[in-house]
Design a binder for this molecule. Structure first.
Ligand SMILES: [Zn+2]
Length: 286
């Protein structure tokens, strides 16, 4: 490919324009402290809080002992560092969630706050209005049998204001924006700090390959999750096998959706229950 002087001029103008932007995608101020994102089992006080606010209930697909707390360091929109982020996740994905947030901190991707839903009594509208990033919240869907991926601790919501959730009233052209303040961020070509697009690959590379922003209805810009089959399989696995399986998902992230679609869930689950080594052999050679 030949590069002309016009190309150099164009690149130079583009660089100047980027440097003049006062709305950088990543906040550029440095910070001094080392990373400190870690994960551990839930402490009794947290278990009590999840039970008393009914964020975890008996019919939840994940035993409460299988949830883990990821303690997160992050930078906010004023470049201030916080070490009090708390995300409750399925234990099998905790090592990868730790990697995700270490990377977001490294990139200085701004996050408004990260608090467990029990601080909002499990009320997602309140949590979204507070621009809260979160994960676990067991919400049986009214009238339906499907449990939200949040009910497994397998879906992460990031900066709901900068990445709103859009629902549509059929046939009358009306869209609803959740939270309402998200109206300022509907145009995704106009990227601003905290919008999720620049870090979608960080989530995908760690197994959270599905982004709600690519759906047609609803459109859920703040939502990332692994494929639902991953949730179904993780719930029948012990923690050690779950971590091993989710590592496999992360390693194969680019083909994961296609790869899993070649399997029958019932057969795969039966294979795991009868011989877990054969299960891992079968998915590895696919
Ligand atoms: Zn979500």
């Amino acid at each position: 490919m030949r590069i002309s002087s016009w190309d150099f001029a164009y690149v130079r103008i583009a660089c100047i324009k980027l440097s003049e932007r006062n709305d950088p995608i990543f906040i550029s101020h440095p910070y001094e402290k080392p990373m400190s994102t870690t994960f551990r089992a839930l402490q009794p006080e947290l278990i009590d809080a999840l039970r008393s606010t009914q964020i975890w209930q008996q019919n939840c697909p994940v035993a409460i002992e299988r949830l883990a707390l990821v303690e997160i360091s992050y930078v906010d929109f004023d470049s201030a560092r916080h070490d009090d982020g708390e995300l409750i996740v399925f234990d099998a994905v905790a090592p990868r969630v730790q990697k995700i947030f270490e990377r977001l901190l490294e990139l200085k991707f701004p996050i408004a706050q990260i608090k467990s839903l029990h601080h909002y009594d499990g009320d997602d509208e309140k949590s979204m209005a507070a621009n809260n990033s979160s994960c676990f919240n067991f919400r049986p869907i009214a009238g339906g049998k499907t449990v939200s991926m949040h009910g497994y601790g397998l879906a992460i919501d990031i900066n709901p204001v900068q990445n709103p959730f859009l629902t549509f009233q059929e046939n009358d052209g009306i869209a609803n924006i959740h939270p309402p303040a998200g109206w300022q961020f509907i145009n995704r070509r106009n990227q601003k700090p905290g919008m999720i697009e620049p870090v979608i690959s960080v989530f995908a590379e760690n197994g959270f390959v599905i982004w709600g922003g690519s759906w047609t209805t609803p459109i859920d810009y703040h939502h990332v999750q692994p494929p639902r089959m991953v949730a179904d399989l993780l719930t029948i696995m012990n923690k050690e096998d779950g971590i091993r399986f989710f590592e496999f998902c992360a390693d194969r992230h680019a083909q994961l959706v296609e790869l899993l679609s070649t399997f029958d869930l019932t057969e795969l689950a039966a294979l795991y229950k009868s011989d877990s080594d054969l299960f891992f052999d079968k998915i590895s050679i696919a």
